[in-house]
Design a protein around this ligand. Structure first.
Ligand SMILES: O=c1ccn([C@@H]2O[C@H](COP(=O)(O)OP(=O)(O)O[C@H]3O[C@H](CO)[C@@H](O)[C@H](O)[C@H]3O)[C@@H](O)[C@H]2O)c(=O)[nH]1
Ligand SMILES: [Mn+2]
Length: 451
């Protein structure tokens, strides 16, 4: 435990933001991206609608161009009282938002504002005409007994889709229903990070820490969660960045469409170096072990190729067969291994180190030829796009290199498909089936990626 926790203290990062410098950086308020705020609520008995309204109002009153703020409320309770409360809130907001701006209120949740002791400001007649208001959108998604609703995650997914069709703001703020945005400049501070030229281009979100109110003096229940919400994120920031806390997080919408996985890493991403390092060092170690056991480099290369070929042929096929046998769908089978024959042609090829694909039209060769075709096409498409599209190579570098590696390994397969005329070449039937399989897989990949 102790050892693992040291990671939180190795590289602590504290960040300061200066929103007043945004205009000097050439980013004026009318150029700021619009903002979709998501507020989730589920149960009006446990989460009083007035509390949800206060959360929404504190966001509507952000120091941000009002025409660029859209507040979406997800009501998983589908409750009329909540809807009614929001109808009232929308009316109240016409007064509250300009009031906060003019008086410079800091706590912009009405509840927090009126709870704090203060000298009352002189009554002002708030002119509401002509000022753009943030929009307030009430959403209650359909739930069915047969489809799992996935709680808050499902609600956020629904809001992501709904907001994409309505306002599609590039920045999204997620809030729980019992929040109070205690800094009206929070969106501007998030912008400072998103627009920072030194920020990584794949910066997906800016997480504001959760602070809790209403604890007893000594916090006997330990409700402050200082570790997870205040101490640890600063340490995580110095490593790969803090985690998503569920609320108070500003997302770039585009980050939700494609989450970076390792394979989507950019060349500039340190993880690529780690990945490349592990890959090459594992391979070099394997080579040395092989050479030390009286191997040669060529043998080692072919050995790793066969290891890859087995990975797409006999291992999966054996697993499928094992599965079918265990389900009683097919009986156990035993394939007698073809023993060496003294076919002159074949043994001649064997002696010359030429692969034998032609004896039988085995499903072995179908999966192998399919993999070979897919990687060849993917490699070429990747190279062409890297030349034509700016930034493509940076984001797809790892994939292109991996495809290239498979292509080099598959060289004998291409030869057996295209060049060879001898009896050991890939049978036409296998070629046709593999071609069809590759087409199907490309079609599926295309459909999935365009979804
Ligand atoms: O079906 C559901 C269930 C919950 N919620 C909302 O999700 C939020 C969080 O739920 P809550 O019961 O308050 O959970 P907490 O234990 O307070 O949640 C903490 O832990 C969660 C993850 O475990 C994070 O998502 C929260 O932001 C964090 O405050 C609330 O706004 C709920 O209204 C829904 O919208 N739909
Ligand atoms: Mn909560």
């Amino acid at each position: 435990m102790w050892a693992f926790n040291q990671a939180f203290h190795a590289r602590r990062v504290r960040r300061l933001t200066f929103p007043e410098n945004l205009p000097r950086r050439g980013v004026r308020a009318h150029q700021w991206p619009s903002l979709d705020v998501f507020v989730c609520t589920a149960d009006p008995r446990k989460e009083p609608p007035m509390g949800v309204v206060n959360t929404a109002l504190s966001a509507m009153a952000f120091d941000y161009p009002a025409g660029k703020v859209n507040v979406y409320v997800s009501d998983d309770g589908g409750c009329r009282v909540t809807l009614l409360a929001f109808a009232e809130a929308a009316r109240f907001a016409r007064h509250w938002v300009p009031f906060c701006r003019e008086v410079g209120v800091r706590e912009r949740s009405p509840e927090a504002y009126f709870a704090a002791p203060r000298a009352h400001p002189s009554e002002r007649d708030v002119d509401v005409v002509g000022h753009a208001m943030p929009s307030l959108i009430y959403v209650s998604r359909e739930k069915r007994p047969c489809v799992h609703h996935h709680f808050k995650a499902g609600a956020l997914n629904a809001l992501t889709r709904v907001s994409a069709t309505m306002t599609n703001a590039p920045i999204i703020l997620t809030l729980d229903c019992d929040m109070n945005c205690n800094d009206p400049q929070a969106p501007q501070r998030a912008l400072c990070h998103f627009l920072d030229p030194d920020a990584p281009p794949n910066l997906a979100y800016v997480q504001f820490p959760q602070h809790f109110r209403g604890m007893d003096e000594n916090d006997i229940y330990g409700c402050e969660w200082k570790g997870p919400f205040q101490i640890n994120p600063i340490g995580m920031d110095g490593l790969r960045g803090p985690d998503f806390e569920g609320t108070g997080c500003f997302f770039r919408r585009r980050a939700l469409h494609r989450e970076p996985l390792l394979l989507n890493s950019k060349v500039s991403d340190p993880w690529v170096y780690l990945y490349a390092f592990l890959f090459t060092s594992a391979y070099i170690q394997d080579l040395f072990i092989f050479l030390r056991a009286n191997g040669t480099i060529r043998r080692w290369w072919n050995n790793q190729r066969m290891w890859m070929i087995r990975g797409v042929t006999c291992f999966p096929l054996a697993s499928i067969q094992f599965f079918f046998q265990n389900c009683g769908i097919s009986g156990s089978t035993f394939n007698l291994t073809g023993k060496a024959r003294h076919d002159d042609e074949q043994s001649d090829r064997y002696a010359r180190g030429i692969f034998e694909f032609g004896t039988v039209s085995s499903p072995f060769f179908v999966s192998l030829a399919t993999v070979a075709m897919i990687n060849l096409v993917a490699f070429w498409v990747g190279l062409v796009r890297a030349v034509l599209e700016e930034g493509y190579f940076d984001s797809m570098f790892v994939q292109v290199v991996l495809c290239g590696f498979v292509v080099v390994n598959c060289w004998p397969v291409y030869e057996a498909m295209v060049v060879r005329k001898d009896g050991g070449r890939l049978p036409g039937e296998v070629k046709r089936v593999s071609f069809f399989m590759a087409l199907v897989i490309f079609a599926i990949a295309y459909l999935v990626s365009s979804m």
